[in-house]
Design a protein around this ligand. Structure first.
Ligand SMILES: [Zn+2]
Length: 212
């Protein structure tokens, strides 16, 4: 299963250096970290950085880039964090359009690692108009927008400002859950790099190479 090459696209939300304060930079780090970890798990990953300002044209370009890079793409996840006028706003939400399963896997995994985070409206939301709907609809595979916390909620920012790896790990576990790939498989196998296994391999080579 190591080289299953299951195709996953990650998209850093927003035009570079825009969105909520620090959002693009935080999610770029999260996406780069996820790409590396997912590739270690045998996934084929394409990380997309938007390069067009206009929202509709930006999503059209995303669609074409994902299709070019990943012809058998299983999931497209756009990385965000939330912002609101009220500093009281808090909690997480995972948005989907056509089908909820990817959002449910990602939300379930996030909630397991951050049980104190409020699941807004149950944690997953169907969205067909307004913010993010264009991305969700144009993505050429199952799609989800992740909104793990609110930037201007002080308690949440204290918890999450440096947590892009930990949050990324929850998304990876959710992707594994969604695709049926084991999250454990990049850990060394039991017999990797032990003296016993090396000794056994040397003995096997000696047996093969020994002149008859
Ligand atoms: Zn955003």
């Amino acid at each position: 299963m190591k080289n299953h090459n299951t195709e996953i696209a990650l998209v850093v939300g927003h035009y570079p250096h825009s969105g909520a304060e620090g959002e693009w930079e935080w999610n770029k780090k999260c996406g780069e970290y996820m790409q590396q970890r997912l590739e270690g798990l045998g996934f084929k990953v394409y990380l997309h950085i938007h390069a067009i300002r206009g929202y509709g044209a930006r999503q059209d370009a995303m669609r074409e880039a994902v299709k070019d890079n990943l012809p058998y793409c299983k999931a497209v996840i756009e990385l965000h964090y939330n912002d609101a006028d009220s500093e009281q706003a808090h909690g997480h939400e995972f948005l989907y359009n056509a089908t909820p399963k990817l959002a449910e896997c990602l939300q379930g995994s996030f909630k397991k690692s951050f049980p104190e985070s409020t699941a807004r409206d149950g944690g997953t939301k169907q969205r067909s108009t307004g913010d993010g709907a264009g991305f969700l609809i144009k993505a050429p595979a199952a799609s989800c927008i992740v909104e793990p916390f609110f930037r201007h909620n002080q308690a949440e920012w204290e918890q999450f400002s440096e947590a892009w790896q930990k949050v990324g790990d929850t998304y990876i576990a959710g992707i594994c859950d969604y695709t049926g790939i084991s999250y454990e498989q990049d850990k060394p196998q039991k017999d990797d790099l032990t003296l016993e296994s090396l000794d056994a391999r040397v003995k096997e080579l000696e047996r093969i190479l020994k002149p008859r």
